[in-house]
Design a protein around this ligand. Structure first.
Ligand SMILES: [Zn+2]
Length: 696
């Protein structure tokens, strides 16, 4: 028996004259009184990624005692825990270490979603920044958002953030920080935009006792004198932003008819976790036939891009288009737009005030510790008692990969009905949104380390279409949008396309049938591989051997394996066979990378130039379609630009990247313009080598 919520409660603030519910902070958090607001703005053209020159400097970490500390707040205090909260938090007891009367920058991050712990002035225009780890932990630095004032226009500033802990980052692949100038917003109506030159992400000398730290450094100029500016990892979207959005819905005489806003529960700090029920009013008992769609976001506070996708979804579904009507006629949407308001408020990257990653707690019964998770799961159980759930999706941001894609869950024996197959919906999305959503990046394996995630738990509760949607914090590698950043409109458009895909799914059209057909071909291909006795999944060689416990796990190994399939295409079977035999002598955890490297070297002695960190466009799509791989795709896969990062895989050492002259570069590109004529059979044979020995 599923416990039921109390009757819908009146929302403080949302039902009365537009007054917001007050934001609660952990009692020890200092908060400035100013309310930070930013204008909405979209750059006229997509903003390009940064292209490394190879000359970027790598400033070393300045230990305590060097430079002048000009900003310092409480550390995250991993030895204590959350005790109680209060509205607005503590008023700052003292100004922090500003040096008035000179041109030293003034830093501030004690506002909603702000994150900055310490700043050291290294020299006149150079500052070393330290981020605050998630509250009550000593980990998870990624998200940053802070204010800088007392600026001088046109001067050569350098910022270096010195305490990242992840070896890999999209900053290695062209991502640039975001800058917001209040003067530009006021005078020119310009909002958040990309900034930074000489961008470098690298391991620094700050590590002690086995802990490694990584720095992000960039140079830039402020656009105005005496301006107040902001920097952020991704477009901020605070709890207050959400409340304003919900207030607007509740005040709208039309939208409030089909969108009901309720309290799902309260967070540890007593902030409201909202749940929205969206469906057109119905007549009689017709309603129970409507299937449910469940969407959630911001379980990880630093993944702010997901709030923009959620906003895009809500704008569409609450709009007056015919399509929105059809969707509201056909479905009941249950939406939890912000699962972790406390984390969002305090500027955490990943955790709640329990100091835990909530997206590993969906199996937990600790209602008091993880209320939003417990109540979400309970709400879904309740919905399941009433009606079928067509789809569940939890929105996430990805900090190492580009594009938008999903993780789904798949059984060996899939349901007969093709429309229940978890690959069909993402396939539809990829057709609707080809410049952003990548089907080949989707994965459908269920890993042990992901058992506590919303996706896996909902799937085990019986929802076939159970997904984690991952949207790159950076941008796309696809089509027209290749090598550009996502902006807020792009992210909102992903929300719109999500609706379009649902529409195609519930009102089948040609696109839907084509996708079913394509999917059918994939299944046939899989069956063929199985019948040939291969112990592999041609369609999804995800990371069953991986041990990552993060939701954004790396699929490097899968990419390497895919690459392996292509080598077959232009080298003799005999030769590969010999090398593959060598593989059996390698230890199990080398994942075949060394072998692959050998093959590349045989194939092309310039193989050391391969970029092992950014191999795009897996070829499973081509295999499934029985297509030959176009030379340009091969070129892209094998000889991607040298700027990509290398992710270490335990036990093996991918080849080192070397910088090359432009001339050499062109020569290499010329060399790979070879026609590729792999047949599906050849590819299948190739898999046999890769999987023999390791997956039996
Ligand atoms: Zn996430």
């Amino acid at each position: 028996m599923v416990p039921h919520l109390h009757a819908p409660q009146n929302l403080p603030g949302l039902s009365s004259a537009g007054q917001l519910s007050l934001v609660h902070w952990p009692h020890q958090c200092e908060v400035i009184r100013d309310r930070i607001e930013h204008i909405d703005w979209t750059p006229p053209r997509p903003e390009p990624l940064y292209t490394p020159m190879g000359l970027e400097m790598k400033p070393s970490y300045q230990p305590a005692g060097e430079g002048t500390v000009i900003y310092l707040t409480e550390e995250a205090n991993k030895d204590s825990g959350f005790v109680y909260s209060q509205v607005r938090g503590l008023s700052p007891s003292k100004q922090i270490l500003h040096q008035n009367g000179d041109n030293t920058l003034i830093f501030e991050a004690r506002f909603e979603s702000g994150n900055l712990q310490k700043v050291v002035k290294v020299n006149e225009f150079e500052y070393q920044l330290t981020l605050r780890t998630d509250l009550y932990t000593s980990k998870y630095t990624q998200w940053y958002y802070f204010q800088v004032s007392n600026t001088q226009a046109g001067m050569p500033y350098r910022f270096t953030i010195v305490n990242f802990t992840k070896p890999d980052s999209l900053y290695k692949r062209g991502m640039r920080p975001l800058l917001y100038s209040e003067a530009d917003a006021k005078k020119h109506n310009v909002g958040w935009r990309r900034t930074g030159n000489e961008i470098k992400y690298y391991r620094n000398n700050a590590g002690q006792g086995g802990q490694q730290y990584f720095s992000l450094t960039w140079t830039f100029q402020f656009p105005h004198n005496r301006d107040t500016c902001y920097f952020a990892h991704c477009y901020p979207y605070t709890y207050s932003n959400l409340q304003e959005y919900l207030v607007a819905i509740s005040k709208d005489p039309v939208k409030s008819k089909f969108c009901k806003i309720h309290i799902l529960c309260h967070s540890l700090a007593r902030n409201i976790v909202y749940v929205l029920t969206i469906t057109n009013p119905h007549e009689g008992d017709k309603d129970t036939k409507r299937k449910a769609v469940i969407l959630t976001a911001r379980v990880h506070p630093g993944e702010t891009n997901t709030s923009w996708i959620m906003k895009g979804f809500l704008d569409y579904i609450l709009g007056n288009s015919g399509n929105a009507q059809v969707l509201r006629d056909n479905f009941v949407f249950k939406v939890v737009p912000m699962l972790n308001p406390d984390g969002v408020i305090v500027g955490n990257h990943r955790c709640s005030l329990a100091g835990q990653d909530l997206n590993r707690k969906y199996k937990s019964n600790l209602k008091e510790f993880y209320p939003s998770i417990w109540y979400t799961r309970n709400m879904i159980k309740r919905v399941m008692e009433e009606r079928d759930i067509l789809l569940y999706c939890d929105f996430h941001g990805h900090n190492r990969k580009k594009n938008v894609f999903v993780y789904g869950c798949e059984r060996k024996q899939q349901a007969k009905a093709p429309n229940l197959h978890p690959r069909v919906f993402p396939l539809l999305l990829s057709k609707i949104c080809p410049d952003k959503f990548s089907f080949p990046d989707c994965r459908f394996r269920v890993q042990k380390s992901k058992e506590g995630t919303g996706r896996v738990v909902m799937w085990k509760m019986g929802i076939s279409n159970s997904y984690t949607l991952e949207a790159s914090i950076c941008g796309s590698k696809l089509g027209q949008r290749r090598s550009t950043h996502f902006n807020t409109k792009d992210l909102e458009s992903v929300g719109h396309h999500f609706c379009d895909a649902l529409l195609d799914y519930c009102v089948p059209n040609m696109k839907y049938y084509l996708c079913l057909k394509e999917h059918e071909e994939m299944v046939k291909q899989q069956a063929k591989v199985n019948s040939e006795g291969l112990n592999s999944d041609v369609l999804d060689r995800d990371s069953s051997t991986q041990t990552s416990n993060s939701s954004d796990s790396c699929d490097l190994v899968a990419h390497q394996l895919k690459l392996g399939t292509k080598i077959k295409t232009k080298t003799s079977g005999e030769h590969i066979h010999r090398i593959a035999k060598d593989r059996s002598r390698e230890s199990k955890n080398t994942q075949g990378i060394e072998t692959l490297h050998k093959i590349f070297q045989e194939l092309d002695p310039v193989g050391r130039d391969l970029n092992w960190g950014t191999i795009p466009q897996p070829i499973e799509h081509f295999i499934s379609q029985n297509l030959f791989l176009p030379p340009t795709a091969l070129q892209e896969m094998c000889y991607a630009s040298e700027r990509g990062g290398v992710r270490p895989v335990s036990g093996c050492h991918p080849p080192k990247m070397e910088s090359r002259s432009r001339e050499k570069e062109e020569k290499i590109h010329h060399r790979v313009k070879l026609p590729i004529t792999a047949s599906v059979k050849q590819v299948g044979e190739c898999f046999r080598f890769w999987f023999s020995g390791s997956e039996n």
